[in-house]
Ligand binder design. Structure first.
Ligand SMILES: *Cc1c(COP(=O)(O)O)cnc(C)c1O
Length: 536
């Protein structure tokens, strides 16, 4: 496609030029969508029947989903229905009730899980720092009555770390988590460890914080590759909790590259005694001179379920009904230690634009939020203006697809992944001198393998990542068997991989050299490797 056809001119484009550009673009999109294999999105829809008309209005869900406000052309009625649906699916207490601390609260994201992670970690940070937002009701002149301010908890002499949270996440974590930590200035265990306890790393013989400890190690090998190593996590958490720090943990439920599920249940079971021993359960938070107090936990467990939170509940149902023989680890609000969950709408469900869901409980919300008179709805979400089309698309999908339909969809995608794995293994016979590195994490909708040549990468929109194993670079690509993928498409892809030039031999040479990538000079700003982050 020639990008020149899109260039805009002062006088605009003629009707022919404009139509020609649009037609070319449509053709390009169509070709790419027909070979879509590399990412966990669904590339094509047909909303011509009854949804298309809503493109002709500006729908804006600004403010809190549960307070309509004065900006009345919104889809909050559908947004609330969608939130209720996921609250039930994730076993939270429904309906949302602002006066019931145990009930759920959430909203439909305008960005995807990136926004949900940012919001969740912001919420976690302020909760763990013992912050409270208060509105001055009666102070000052009338014009100041909407002023809000944070109350800060002041640590006591005996534990100066009481409101200094430390974050933990595995090496398979999505880059949006690292970005959120940076934006929010939440220190990771590596950063705090290196600065304040430089020779006391409980996981290393030398006690040093080498670059192997930027993140919590993941399990390697065949038994769950890519999920966080719970034992190592426990050793690290125990160390920082015993120094008085509150603990923030980000779990992955479906890692981006390997599709691995962190054992959220086992993590809680292993860590609760550590939290208890270190006074992190129901601790009393005192706000300086003002004398306010409240009781809250000194830990937060956030579940990044961008893909997995949307479909794993259906595989669990399939398992309960005896339709498949295993199920993933429990991750939802059945576990009392889960504080927040995020999911992307454009992944499992598939939407024409990014969206997603953030969910927590009323008792963990940053309370009370500001309530700008301008919109007459509390400003409880991250974005101001919010995409009002997303809840309609999500609602429409859920109205059309029963639990049973989604169970069948999940089983189909799962078995397609297993088919793709088998087929990829069969490609080995065509390239006997190469290690094709075909691997699949149990129950993942993704299979990873040796990166093929650039033409194949482009044709199938393959996501690629370099993974360093024992100091040696390995170039991987992966495919996702989302609902739009067919057996025929996989067969076509396999056929391309059988061709003699399907894999580039330069990659072989690169692999023989040990990697230098992880050695960073600028330790001061860069506490975590961002290279290729998230595509693991
Ligand atoms: C895709 C993904 C994200 C980011 O989601 P967006 O919807 O692209 O913002 C975050 N975490 C994981 C595990 C993901 O797979």
């Amino acid at each position: 496609m020639d990008n020149k056809i899109f260039q805009l001119k002062k006088e605009g484009l003629s009707n022919d030029e404009r139509t020609n550009a649009l037609d070319n673009f449509a053709q390009y999109i169509d070709t790419q969508a027909n070979h879509w294999l590399g990412y966990q999105n669904i590339p094509k829809f047909n909303y011509n029947d009854d949804i298309k008309r809503f493109l002709n209005n500006h729908l804006n869900n600004i403010g809190d989903p549960f307070v309509s406000g004065n900006c009345t052309i919104n889809s909050k009625s559908m947004e609330k229905a969608v939130l209720d649906y996921y609250a039930k699916l994730w076993n939270a207490k429904t309906p949302h009730n602002p006066h019931d601390p145990e009930s759920y609260w959430g909203y439909v994201l305008t960005m995807g899980s990136t926004e949900g992670n940012l919001y969740g970690l912001w919420n976690a940070r302020d909760y763990l720092k013992g912050r409270k937002l208060l509105t001055d009701q009666n102070e000052g002149s009338k014009s100041e009555t909407h002023r809000t301010h944070y109350l800060r908890a002041i640590p006591k002499e005996e534990n100066l770390n009481a409101y200094r949270p430390v974050a933990f996440f595995s090496e398979d974590t999505h880059y949006s988590i690292i970005k959120a930590m940076r934006v929010l200035r939440i220190p990771t265990f590596y950063e705090v460890g290196k600065k304040h306890y430089p020779t006391h790393n409980p996981l290393s013989k030398s006690g040093k914080w080498t670059h192997d400890f930027y993140e919590v190690p993941s399990l390697k090998g065949k038994n769950g590759p890519g999920s966080i190593d719970v034992e190592k996590l426990a050793v690290l958490v125990n160390f920082f909790a015993s120094k008085g720090h509150p603990i923030l943990i980000c779990c992955n439920y479906g890692t981006t590259f390997k599709g691995a599920y962190d054992e959220v249940k086992a993590i809680g079971e292993r860590l609760m005694p550590i939290f208890k021993k270190n006074g992190l359960i129901d601790r009393k938070v005192v706000y300086g001179e003002e004398g306010h107090t409240d009781t809250r936990n000194g830990f937060w467990i956030h579940v990044d379920g961008a893909l997995g939170a949307a479909y794993m509940p259906f595989l669990e149902m399939a398992y309960m009904q005896g339709k498949i023989d295993s199920s993933g680890p429990v991750f939802d609000f059945r576990l009392p230690w889960v504080n927040s969950i995020v999911m992307s709408g454009h992944k499992w469900i598939g939407t024409p634009f990014p969206c997603g869901i953030f969910m927590t409980k009323v008792k963990y919300q940053l309370f009370p939020p500001t309530a700008p008179e301008y919109i007459n709805s509390p400003d409880t979400t991250f974005a101001g203006s919010r995409n009002g089309l997303s809840p309609i698309i999500l609602w429409d999908f859920l109205a059309r697809n029963s639990y049973e339909a989604q169970i069948n969809r999940a089983i189909r995608c799962e078995s397609l992944a297993s088919y793709a794995e088998e087929q990829l293994k069969s490609v080995r016979a065509y390239h006997p001198s190469l290690d094709l590195m075909v691997e699949r994490t149990p129950m993942a909708l993704t299979v990873r393998f040796r990166k093929p040549n650039e033409n194949i990468v482009f044709k199938y929109s393959l996501s690629c990542e370099t993974i360093i194993i024992n100091g040696v670079e390995h170039h991987y690509a992966h495919i996702f068997t989302m609902d739009a993928v067919t057996k025929e498409l996989i067969d076509k892809f396999i056929n391309d991989l059988r061709k003699p030039d399907a894999f580039e031999t330069e990659i072989l040479k690169a692999e023989e050299k040990p990697s230098k990538i992880r050695v960073k000079k600028s330790e001061k700003i860069s506490f975590s490797s961002e290279r290729n982050r998230g595509w693991r």
